[in-house]
Design a binder for this molecule. Structure first.
Ligand SMILES: C[S@@+](CC[C@H](N)C(=O)[O-])C[C@H]1O[C@@H](n2cnc3c(N)ncnc32)[C@H](O)[C@@H]1O
Length: 323
């Protein structure tokens, strides 16, 4: 097993925080929720029954393990299985176990922006599946896309689970899918999870638990800025707020300042003013239906080969090929 841990993309974090907090309205990217504390909070979120996404995708992979496995198998040359934003790999492990036990001849390459997540997953796989060939990497989706072109000696399967794509607004999602397509050869596959439109109340509750786990997760971005850039955000004076627009299918997370505040971020040389009730937009979690996914695929030059759904039809995993 090899694990290439790259230094966190601190420069990009600095640049994006500066840009987002000096814009009007203010915003920050959800990709910065994830550090040691953020990863743990996200695992707690996945354990909450109201966060149905994990259970639905787990059900899909568990109920279709051999079908998915045989769909991606290449008996002649084996394959490279590349997972973007792998997190703790809980659902992927079901498939990995099947592949490991059934002679797949493959390398599993999890990539995640969180160094902590990559480290934990690598160590965990070394313990649980010691025969697995793992080549983990710390990296950001858009940064690693160019390097994926190098995986062209045998079949490559790219996985993106957890509806991670939902963190990108449609134009960025099309850009992401197009760039993924550009790395793909005709035999390569893209296996991607898309959370579906459903009762708006169910969606709202997934991002709005009363126990405050989602709130702590959302606020972790301010905790990181305080710690890593010497900031003095008074975190208790921000409120987690979630909205879902059933017309666009977009869930949005905000941090709302409950009073007027002055914030200094020493290492970014920033002095910020917050009016009472001013917002920081921190995350989108886009919801989809078949029409939207078909449109995204078409725009990106991909075609849908098949899809898998959970019993309630809450969530779908689509398999794409280069059109
Ligand atoms: C919503 S979690 C899902 C994790 C996993 N795919 C799952 O389904 O359980 C998103 C994961 O993607 C990673 N991530 C978020 N934005 C990223 C980006 N721009 N580049 C690489 N990884 C990213 C996070 O660190 C986190 O582990």
């Amino acid at each position: 097993m090899t694990t290439k841990i790259k230094p966190q993309q601190n420069t990009m974090f600095k640049k994006e925080v500066t840009e987002g907090l000096t814009s009007f309205p203010k915003y920050l990217s959800s990709k910065y929720f994830y550090d040691k504390k953020g990863d743990k909070l996200f695992q707690d979120i996945m354990d909450m029954p109201s966060y149905y996404l994990t259970g639905c995708e787990f059900e899909i992979i568990l109920n279709n393990t051999s079908v998915i496995g045989e769909l991606i198998r290449d008996r002649k040359n084996g394959l490279d299985l590349i997972e973007l934003g792998a997190g703790d790999g809980k659902k992927t492990k079901v498939l990995l176990k099947y592949m490991d036990e059934n002679d797949f001849n493959f390398v599993y390459k999890p990539i995640d922006i969180s160094e902590n997540a990559v480290e934990l997953l690598s160590n965990n796989l070394a313990q649980e599946m010691p025969t697995l060939n793992v080549d983990a990497e710390v990296g950001e989706y858009f940064e690693v896309l160019e390097r994926l072109k190098g995986f062209n000696k045998r079949k490559k399967v790219i996985m993106v689970l957890g509806s991670n794509i939902g963190n990108l607004p449609h134009p960025k999602a099309i850009d992401f899918l197009t760039k993924l397509k550009d790395t793909m050869l005709p035999d390569d596959l893209l296996f991607m999870g898309f959370d579906q439109k459903k009762n708006p109340q169910t969606i709202l509750e997934a991002y709005n638990d009363e126990s405050g786990i989602t709130e702590a997760f959302n606020k972790n971005i301010l905790t990181r800025i305080n710690r890593e850039f010497d900031g003095n955000f008074e975190i208790e004076n921000f409120k987690h707020w979630e909205v879902y627009d059933p017309e666009t299918g977009t869930a949005k997370s905000f941090l709302v300042a409950t009073k007027e505040m002055k914030v200094t971020i020493e290492k970014l040389q920033l002095k910020l003013n917050f009016d009472q009730w001013e917002t920081i937009h921190t995350e989108i979690s886009q919801k989809y239906d078949d029409k939207i996914v078909s449109w995204l695929a078409e725009e990106a030059g991909l075609e849908i080969e098949t899809f898998f759904a959970d019993d309630k039809g809450y969530y779908k995993n689509y398999v794409f090929r280069k059109a």
